[in-house]
Design a protein around this ligand. Sequence first.
Ligand code: 5GP
Length: 188
Amino acid sequence: MPPVPPPYDINLDLGELVVPEDVLQARILELGRQITEDYQGRPPLLVGVLKGAFVFMADLARAIDLPVEFDFMAVSSYGAATKTSGVVRIVKDLDLDLTDRHVLIVEDIVDSGLTLSYLRKNLLARNPASLEICALLVREGNAATEVDLRYVAFRIPPAFVVGYGLDVAERYRNLPFVCVYNEKVAGH
Ligand code: 5GP
């Protein structure tokens, strides 16, 4: 993979480029076209999972040529148990009622898939007309829980990544691309 482009290369904790900006944007336009086709006559309610999905959701929504609606949820881990149990706490719930709506969950990255499995179950219980998931990234080489992902922008190698909404301690969300985060250089 190529290094990150200037001027971002001055941050030594940023590693190789995983998804360049032009590739990201082209793929999002493609996904937007596909979603526009699939949701003809039944405009979707986009549910963004905060905070990581906000950048992706903003671009994806503008690539969808339908009268979409928006809502957001924020979830947080129940301590160390979350990674293994998949139990998450809803920090901010939705404002809208999902009854009879065509819900499309927009997520940044799927790792174990436990967060999404929980969210899917939780939102299905609210009687939407349909419920699908759109993920920007899926990390490969992980024994991911079987989550039914309707739309995936990119499958990426098993490295920790930042950019395009994804952070480390709230930094790097505004990078216009996705790249590896070098934990050793950063001293974590
Ligand atoms: P899962 O429940 O699928 O194991 O974890 C998904 C969540 O973990 C994502 O929504 C994201 O918040 C966080 N996460 C997983 N992998 C990465 C990564 O490579 N970079 C960042 N910044 N967050 C990640």
